[in-house]
Design a binder for this molecule. Structure first.
Ligand code: G4P
Length: 291
């Protein structure tokens, strides 16, 4: 296999994220964490556990429409076993969001119960949305708040700039979606974030990235590549050879008949990110987690 792509990152973001999220904690009843269903490990920041303490949390596995359906089910079971209720959703079309209110009531019903006992009838559940850039936070809020975006009147004690929207019965979402920066523990995390386009601006070697993606996908979803590009895949997945094969098939040639591998790389990454290879999950729970 080709060596991993090195992805640069800026640790300064992390301190700001921690401050923003921890400062908001007294204002909220729970957190809606959004992760990318294609990379449920790399798209979550493990620091969040410490920052949130025992604040109730729900997990949305977004972009479930372009992730492997069987893998989505396995992840839901995996998170449930960890005590984190998770829901596969597609915030672009709204598919799966019908189950959101039920999940909130399941997880936070006891909080409402407590408010009622204290005589706070009509008190709503206030949730903060967090997730890494491009994971779908705005899409989620827009879908849930709908066209009306019924804004809750200014409320004392709420950090200036934060807006609240009523989304369904008794639930409010904080509109200042918490941008959670990813944590690059190892090269795999950075690479997987780059594959999906979550950190595309910080990757310099597009060609190496495309080669690595082809190698990874070629291992478990070889049929998708042969279908998409009408090629017969060699028994041994060799990324550079695969990129060249695909580029040639698409007629991306330079003078002298040499394949324009840079153009082919951009095309390969764009098509994967747009879901054109079909539904593909790059990380599986536990034993089947990709190296
Ligand atoms: P953010 O607020 O967390 O930064 O993310 P945002 O909602 O802006 O979504 C980032 C991109 O991901 C958008 O695509 C959005 O359409 C897409 N997206 C969000 N949720 C889903 C989903 O469940 N499935 C799929 N397939 N895509 C999703 P974009 O290319 O930036 O814009 P556009 O394609 O909508 O024009």
């Amino acid at each position: 296999m080709t060596d991993a792509v090195s992805v640069q990152w800026f640790p300064g973001h992390m301190a700001k994220t921690r401050r923003l999220i921890t400062e908001s904690l007294p204002l909220i009843d729970g957190v809606v964490e959004i992760a990318d269903a294609r990379i449920p490990v790399s798209s979550r920041n493990p620091e969040l556990n410490a920052w949130l303490g025992d604040k109730p949390r729900l997990l949305l596995l977004n972009k479930a429409d372009i992730a492997d359906e069987a893998a989505n089910k396995r992840w839901i079971r995996y998170f449930a076993a960890q005590g984190i209720p998770a829901l596969p959703v597609d915030c672009k079309t709204g598919k799966g969001l019908g189950g959101f209110s039920a999940l909130v009531n399941d997880r936070l019903g006891h909080v409402l119960e407590k408010y009622h006992q204290k005589g706070m009838v009509g008190r709503t559940l206030r949730l903060m949305v967090v997730g890494i850039p491009n994971v779908g936070k705005s899409s989620f809020i827009n879908r849930m708040a709908g066209g009306s975006r019924a804004k809750v009147a200014d409320r004392p004690g709420v950090t200036r700039g934060n807006q609240w929207f009523t989304v369904g019965k008794g639930i409010e979402l904080m509109d200042t979606a918490g941008v959670l920066w990813p944590k690059f523990d190892d090269a795999t995390v950075g690479e997987h974030l780059a594959f999906t386009g979550a950190v595309k601006d910080v990757v310099t070697d597009v060609e190496l990235l495309a080669v690595r993606l082809l190698e990874l996908v070629g291992l478990r979803y070889a049929d998708r590549l042969s279908e998409r590009y009408k090629i017969a895949l060699p028994a041994e997945t060799d990324g550079p050879a695969l990129l060249e094969l695909i580029g040639r098939k698409r007629g991306m040639l330079l003078s002298g008949g040499v394949v324009d591998t840079e153009r082919a790389s951009v095309m390969v990454l764009d098509e994967y990110r747009a879901g054109k290879w079909g539904r593909i999950t790059l990380e599986l729970p536990d034993d089947e987690k990709e190296a």
